[in-house]
Design a protein around this ligand. Structure first.
Ligand code: TYM
Length: 413
């Protein structure tokens, strides 16, 4: 009897997994959920009606628990994201990449890395800064709430498969696709000389291939990023579909996770029409997670607003004020309406004081933890653990792709 139960539940489980795999290529979670229940229902009918399988109540309970575990497991998605250690991490990076990961880590598989290979894209490398920023990035992930017992943290340059996959992906993209990327156009234009010559680093062109490799190597379902990275995720999806079509279903096609609110694009304090950036030459517009209180208060006090003196959220017509409201929302969890209500009849000075208080409170907490982390040996331990978790996944994926493409594999059985 036990054997029948085992065979029955194994077939059932296989059907569920098959469904989950098929549904991976669709984003309809509700449909997936309904189909899983339908399969469950059919299998229960078979079990009850079948004369050969008599399920005792205890076994039914065990199977039901198994079903729930499978469904819950399926609800767990793999999320991946990274930050390039080219400078100090900003409040924008926190909003677009870190916070969504912290919020997701209880119910999902969260993988986050320091994109240090992306850090040398332009070839203009200061090794000391690269190392310092990489350590700070990992420490700030931890200080901001990424919990290493739930999430995986690793260094991109330690997993050689990223560069290998990046090349394999590049061979499936066109120059036109890469050169049409907005980020490439923006950044490469800075390398055009006044005399008409161009010295655009090739790394800038291939940046999205490496980014696609970071994501596809681990079959990530979801990629939390700021708005500026949306186009790169779309290119990742395109190339994943192209490779899947050509060689069989190798990659999970990922979806971007971009907050609908404007926290996916926190704006510069000095020019609220452009994003807050760690590489902006005007650092007064950027709040860095390691800024001291005096600098933060000064930056926020001089933030650009408008002459209306009315505090309401309207990003199009009041970008400066709306950005300040967005920052309060990001850090306090209050809604736009709640914030607007609190500031009825108040002046921009009050709004700025409130933003500064929220930011200082938030940064004090992070900086205290950051200091403790740097004084401990946690970073090495976390990176060792991360390496051990992701390395086998990366190796398997590369092997699968290379075998499917047709590379001669001398180790094959
Ligand atoms: P980086 O370091 O430029 O940005 C890291 C993340 O922060 C987001 N971001 C913002 N979000 C909201 N408001 C802002 N002002 C703001 N500024 C930056 C970015 O959108 C990004 O999500 N190429 C990536 C790093 C990377 C990556 C990956 C990300 C490399 N490989 C694979 C995801 C998956 C980047 O933009 O880094």
């Amino acid at each position: 009897m036990k054997l029948y139960i085992l065979i029955y539940s194994t077939i059932y489980k296989k059907c569920c997994y098959l469904l989950v795999n098929i549904m991976n290529y669709s984003s309809s979670f509700i449909l997936e959920f309904c189909l899983l229940f339908l399969i469950t229902y059919i299998f229960q009918i078979i079990a009850i009606e079948s004369k050969t399988i008599v399920i005792e109540p205890i076994d039914t309970i065990a199977i039901s628990i198994g079903i729930i575990v499978i469904i819950i497991n399926d609800m767990k998605k793999r999320l991946i994201t990274g930050i390039t250690p080219t400078g100090n991490i900003t409040l924008g990076n926190y909003a677009g990449a870190i916070k969504p990961m912290v919020e997701a880590q209880d119910d999902n598989e969260v993988v986050i890395f320091s994109a240090d290979l992306h850090g040398i894209t332009t070839g203009n490398v200061n090794g000391e800064n690269l190392e310092k920023n990489t350590i700070n990035t990992i420490a700030l992930y931890l200080a901001s709430g990424i919990d290493p017992s739930k999430s995986t943290i690793f260094l991109q340059s330690e997993i050689k498969e990223h560069t290998e996959l990046s090349y394999l992906i590049t061979c499936h993209l066109t120059y036109g696709e890469l050169s049409r990327m907005t980020q490439y156009k923006d950044k490469s234009s800075k390398f055009k000389m006044s005399n008409g010559t161009e010295k655009v680093p090739a790394g800038l062109l291939f940046y999205p291939s490496l980014m696609a490799a970071d994501i596809l190597l681990y079959d990530a379902d979801i990629v939390p990023v700021g708005k500026d990275q949306k186009q790169h995720i779309e290119l990742t999806r395109d190339v994943a579909n192209r490779i899947n079509k050509k060689y069989g279903n190798i990659f999970t096609v990922p979806s971007p996770m971009i907050s609908k609110s404007n926290s996916s694009k926190i704006m510069s304090l000095t020019d609220p029409t452009k994003k807050m950036s760690k590489s902006d030459s005007d650092i007064q517009g950027t709040i860095f997670l390691l800024d001291n209180e005096r600098d933060v208060r000064k930056k926020i006090k001089s933030a650009i607003t408008d002459s209306e003196n009315s505090i309401h959220y309207d990003p199009e017509n009041k970008p400066g004020v709306s950005n300040l409201i967005e920052i309060i929302k990001l850090l306090s969890g209050k809604s736009y309406e709640q914030i607007e209500k609190e500031f009825v009849g108040k002046h921009y000075g009050h709004l700025k004081d409130e933003v500064a208080n929220e930011v200082v409170l938030f940064l004090n907490n992070i900086q205290q933890k950051h200091k403790e982390i740097l004084e401990s040996n946690l970073i090495d331990k976390v990176l060792d653990d991360g390496y051990k978790k992701v390395k086998p996944l990366a190796q398997d994926k590369i092997l699968e792709l290379k075998n499917s493409i047709g590379f001669y594999n001398r180790n094959k059985g």
